[in-house]
Design a protein around this ligand. Structure first.
Ligand code: BGC
Length: 392
């Protein structure tokens, strides 16, 4: 690594002082090149494209010493690529994605994107705060989905990079204006991606508001741990540490009750293949056209804890998800329909990717018995999810 890059990192670290990060190597002087070469992680910034409004979009490549590489673009905070070693040590792509900014700007089902201000559905796009009704765009008939047509997934975030010990850090910022997409309050949002040297990728979400609002942020990567995107994910073995499900009606809005997963296709407390029960005759599966539901995670009083995992036997890749959130949406890619282009030719067919979206339950602003998603001025929204990769 050259001196110029180290200087850039030095500036970033000063500006990231509020994140309480420290860099062991980067404060060394230029006369110790051998230590710089030994740095555990690297961050490379490159120009990715320009939006029609003339905004520059950058791409950041974060790598560690264990063969993991993540690319994040400032458009939507999208994880455009995530490469992880298989059991033979070969690092390969494990997320669905496109090959250009133009393609990410076309309508697509949120590939790799940051989702906000409210991830998941809000019934009929309406909610009430302090007696005032707010109306959101109906972008998923008859409901509002994932923060609206532009949401946080089609805006350009600002980015600051840093190295913190053995970790590569990318801190993204977006300010969502009062009434943007129909939500009250200026919301200042930070999402910090941290690639660690143990092959985990942390996503830290932080937000503050100047008016009472609702917030539910998540990450919408589609995984296929086999790295063969022509193959459906039905052989992946999923575990979800949840005794209960948030059942939904036909429009995927919660009924308001929580139900026990025992003796249903939704019991993933022991590892089970996605395909094992997905075609079972079951009202919830019918409503979701497969798995497209929020599970009520166990141990909600424990803070960050194990939530879910996915294992793919041919590659040996294991993904474990840890979070402090109450729920996780497991979506089996039911709406992928062979129309979206893969990076190097071909199209993404039905169920060739799955999502594990940590979050609050859908439609919480309208469900009095669900944990609250209200954020008040003076409060700090802060939540963290880790995606940890290994092989077995
Ligand atoms: C939702 C699905 C939706 C997908 C892409 C998921 O989070 O649960 O219903 O189709 O996002 O929009």
């Amino acid at each position: 690594m050259n001196v110029v890059k180290r200087c850039i990192y030095g500036i970033s670290i000063l500006s990231l002082a509020s994140m309480n990060v420290q860099c062991k190597r980067d404060n060394k002087t230029a006369d110790a090149p051998q230590e710089v070469t030994a740095a555990a992680v690297t961050i490379e910034k490159s120009a990715y494209g320009t939006t029609p409004k003339g905004e520059q979009v950058d791409s950041y490549k974060l790598t560690n010493q264990k063969g993991m590489e993540v690319n994040i673009i400032t458009y939507g905070g999208i994880i455009s690529s995530l490469k992880v070693p298989n059991k033979a040590g070969k690092s390969e792509e494990v997320v669905l994605g496109f090959s250009s900014l133009e393609q990410y700007m076309k309508p697509n089902p949120y590939f790799g994107a940051l989702i906000g201000r409210y991830g998941n559905r809000i019934a009929k796009g309406k909610f009430t705060l302090d007696g005032k009704e707010y109306s959101l765009a109906i972008n998923n008939e008859p409901n509002a989905l994932h923060g609206g047509p532009e949401g946080f997934h089609r805006v350009v975030w600002t980015a600051e990079e840093a190295k913190a010990g053995d970790s590569a850090v990318l801190k993204l910022k977006y300010v969502s204006k009062d009434m943007e997409e129909g939500y009250p309050g200026n919301l200042t949002v930070f999402v910090t991606y941290t690639l660690n040297n143990d092959n985990s990728l942390d996503v830290l979400y932080e937000a503050t508001t100047d008016k009472k609002t609702v917030v539910n942020l998540t990450q919408h990567s589609y995984f296929n741990l086999s790295s063969d995107f022509s193959k459906p994910i039905l052989d992946h073995e999923i575990t979800i540490d949840a005794d209960q499900l948030v059942p939904v009606a036909a429009t995927l809005i919660p009924t308001g009750k929580l139900t026990d997963v025992t003796n249903t296709p939704f019991d993933f407390r022991k590892a089970k293949k996605v395909g094992a029960d997905i075609e079972a005759k079951d009202e919830q599966l019918k409503n979701g056209l497969g798995y497209d539901h929020c599970w009520v995670l166990n141990n909600q009083d424990k803070g960050a804890r194990f939530a879910a995992s996915a294992y793919e036997a041919t590659s040996g890749r294991l993904l474990e998800v840890y979070t402090d959130q109450p729920g996780i949406q497991f979506y089996s890619g039911n709406f992928l329909d062979g129309t979206l282009p893969m990076r190097a030719g071909g199209t993404y067919a039905h169920r060739t990717g799955f999502c594990l979206e940590t979050q609050h339950y859908p439609d919480s602003p309208n469900q009095k018995d669900f944990p609250t998603t209200v954020l008040n001025p003076g409060e700090n929204y802060k939540t963290k999810t880790s995606f940890k990769f290994s092989v077995k």
